[in-house]
Write a protein that binds this ligand. Structure first.
Ligand SMILES: [Zn+2]
Length: 389
């Protein structure tokens, strides 16, 4: 049975859950703390993606060693399988999975946009199929929040209407204005839950729409944080950076900002530089599946034949098993042979790289050296893979 889940105090006022401790000179980067029901999260922070309540290839004991304080899970997938009943039976995602850290749930808006078939969006919500000839599924702001309450995440997201980042002004405006109306419904559906709720800024790549979205959601109030949605879907990096910057400039200073679905380590550095506090992305595990790793000396492609007799560690500066216990030659073999443990080892390495990068970023912001670290790390990460040394 569900029990002991915290409730909001009467009146539903938003409690201060986020504190900024330090700001970087010459940058919008900031270091802070996000207080959740499952720990205090030092920001900027990267959240590994656990779409189906598991981070690909990483069992719970591995995740606990990783040092990541917060995971992302997806309402769309968990609604379809295993369904709300399982979460109710086991007391939410923490009781079911054994994960003791914090969890943020996406609302399903992006998956409706990217995965659903025969999708029809109306003012009420989205009606779609998950497979050809599959049953029709409905997702609304109210049902998304109900599912997120059943999951018991620490941070819920409002249900939003996503459109391509290249959408016309008219299409993007209609989706953005609907997202604002759905944000109000999501907020009202939250009821007495003490779970935090973040609103989502939309507006594609139209600066005026992004500003209008940020202003409307701020005026609406009642949100613990704000996300920037609808990016990382094919737009150019400089366009994304501009949209990110003009949006963070508009959002309240005392609320966390979450750039959804982004990105490579360079993307994270660019986001932090523009005032973003939270990130999630599948890149660490997805790159690992194809034998590609981020290291302190640059990117490495372990599929290359040059690694067949390579006795060097993947990254001498890394403390993970892949780096501490195996030569590149063995990792190259595992990847070339398609052995699952090769993906597992590299996925943990890449995730550990992200976690350590964010720790270095936080330390640099606190010590006044962020802009130097930003330039140095971007330079290393920009090297072509064959030039890592
Ligand atoms: Zn490593």
């Amino acid at each position: 049975m569900v029990s002991g889940r915290p409730r909001r105090p009467p009146g539903g006022s938003v409690r201060p859950v986020f504190t900024v401790h330090a700001r970087a000179d010459g940058s919008r980067a900031r270091a802070g703390t996000l207080v959740t029901a499952h720990g205090e999260i030092a920001t900027p922070v990267f959240m590994p993606v656990g779409t189906r309540a598991t981070v690909k290839t990483q069992p719970l004991a591995q995740l606990e060693r990783l040092g990541a304080p917060m995971l992302l899970a997806n309402t769309y997938h968990l609604m379809l399988r295993p369904g709300a009943e399982v979460f109710a039976r086991f007391g939410g995602i923490h009781g079911w999975t054994g994960w003791r850290g914090a969890v943020l749930t996406d609302s399903g808006g992006f998956q409706v946009f990217s995965l659903a078939r025969d999708c029809v969006i109306t003012e009420d919500g989205a009606r779609f199929r998950t497979a050809t000839d599959g049953p029709i599924v409905t997702l609304t702001p109210e049902s998304s929040i109900a599912m997120q309450r059943a999951i018991g995440s620490d941070v819920m997201m409002v249900f939003d209407h996503c459109v391509p980042s290249t959408a016309s002004e008219a299409e993007a405006r209609a989706a953005m204005e609907r997202t604002t109306r759905w944000a109000r419904r999501s907020r009202d559906a939250r009821g007495d839950s003490a779970q935090q709720l973040f609103a989502i800024v939309q507006g594609a790549c139209h600066p005026a729409l992004r500003r209008a979205s940020a202003d409307a959601l701020t005026d609406l109030g009642g949100f613990d944080g704000y996300a920037i949605g609808g990016l990382a879907v094919g737009e150019q990096a400089d366009v994304r950076n501009d949209v990110t910057e003009l949006t963070t400039e508009r959002l309240p200073e005392d609320r966390p900002r979450y750039l959804m679905g982004l990105g490579t380590p360079t993307d994270l550095l660019d986001g932090v530089h523009r005032g973003v506090d939270l990130f999630d992305c599948i890149v660490p595990t997805a790159w690992a599946q194809h034998g590609r790793a981020f290291t302190s000396r640059g990117k490495v492609d372990l599929r290359r034949g040059a690694h067949r007799l390579d006795d060097a560690p993947l990254d001498p500066a890394c403390d993970c098993d892949a780096c501490a216990r195996h030569p590149r030659s063995y990792l190259h073999h595992l990847i070339k042979a398609g052995e699952p443990v090769g993906w597992q080892l590299l996925a943990f390495h890449n995730l550990r790289f992200y976690v350590r990068l964010m720790a270095d970023v936080r330390a640099a912001i606190a010590s006044g050296t962020f802009t130097a670290l930003y330039a140095a790390r971007r330079e290393v990460l920009a090297r072509p893979e064959r030039e890592e040394c």
